[in-house]
Design a protein around this ligand. Sequence first.
Ligand SMILES: *Cc1c(COP(=O)(O)O)cnc(C)c1O
Length: 381
Amino acid sequence: MIYADNAATTKISESAFKKMLPYLKDQYGNASSQYAIGMHAKDAIEHARQQAANAIGANPFEIIFTSGGSEANNWIFRSVSEMYPNQAIHLITSSIEHHSVLNTCHALEASGIEITYLPVNQKGVIAMNDLQTAIKPNTKLVSLMLANNEIGTIQPIAEIGKFLHGRDILFHTDAVQAVGHIPINVNELQVDFLSASAHKFNGAKGTGFLYKNSAQKILPMIYGGSQELGFRAGTENVAGIVALGYALEENIAAMQATASLLKILVDQTIKGILEKLPFVSMNGDYEKRLPGTVNLRFEGISGESLMHLLDLKGICVSTSSACNAGNDAPSHVLLALGQSEEQAKSAIRISYGRYNTLEEVDIIIENICNACNKILHTIKK
Ligand SMILES: *Cc1c(COP(=O)(O)O)cnc(C)c1O
C-alpha cells in the first residue's frame, strides 16, 4: 500500500506510539488522584503541555487539550457567541474553512448570529481588503485557517494578526494542517486562539489542543471537574496527550529535513504528471502552500473514478470533495476558487508525509497515467 493522504490523517510515529503505550496499560492512574500513579499521569500530561507550548511559542498554561481540531474549532465559535447573549454580534470567517468551522457557523446563523464568509482568489488566498471592508462595529471574532486542507494554500495570518491587533476583535486560526509541518509562533501570528490536532502530525486520533492567549477569556468547553484549568472537564486522554507531545516534538525536530523531502516529492509529482498528461493543472498556489499537499485538476475526468482506480492499486489519495459519507457534492473549496461544479469534481489531492519516498511517487505517477487512460478510453467508447 502507498499512503499519500496525509492531509486526511497520518500514520502514528513509532516513538510516540511507544510513549503512549504504558498509559493504556500499567500507568492507568487518574491524573486528578493524589497518589503516585495518579501524579505520574499528571506529570505526563504537563510534560506534553510543555511540548505543545514549545512547538508554537506559547506558555504551557495557554494550551488546553481537546479531543481534536473539530472540538477546538466548535469551541471558539460557540464560546464567543455565548459570551454575548441577546446581542446582535457579527463574526468573520472564510468560504474555504474546514466543515468543523463552516457547519458551526451555519448553526450559529440559525440562531441569529451574522456571519461573513470572505471570498478567496483563484489560488485560494483571501484579500486583506475584503477583510478590512467586512469588519463592522459589532464584529467580535475573525477566524481564518492557516493552511487549507484541500489545496494546502497558506493564508497571510501574521499580516491579518497585525491588522487586527489593538482592535477589540478576537482572532482565531485553524492551524490543524500547519502545526508540526511549518514553523508557527503565536506571537508572530498575533492570534488569540489556535486549533491543532494530533493525528495530522503523526500523533494519535482523538486528541488535539486549543491555544488560548492568557489575556483572553473563553467559556468552558465542558463543565465539570477542574481538569484542563477548568476549561474542559472530564478525565484526560492521558495516552493520546502523551503521544501528541512526543509526535509534535519529533515532527518539529525533523521539520526542515521533512520539508526538503516533501518539496522533492511534490515537485516530482507535478512535473511527472503534467509532462505526461497535458490536461492536468494545479489547484491552489504553488508558492504559498504546505510543503506536502498538492491538488491536481484532471480536466474531463472524474476525480472520484480516479481515486477508486488508484485504490484498486493500493494507492490512497483523496478527491478534494468533502468526504461526508454519501455526499458527492463538489468541493466547496474548489467552488470558492471560481471553478465550475464539473471542474471541482475532477480533482485529486495527493498529500505526502514524512514516510513517503521518491519510489512511491514514481508508482503513483505511473498509476495515475494508467488510470486516466482507462477512464478516457471508456469515455470515448
Ligand atoms: C482535520 C482537520 C480538522 C479536524 O480535526 P479533527 O482532529 O479530525 O477533528 C479541522 N481543520 C482542518 C483544517 C483539518 O484539516
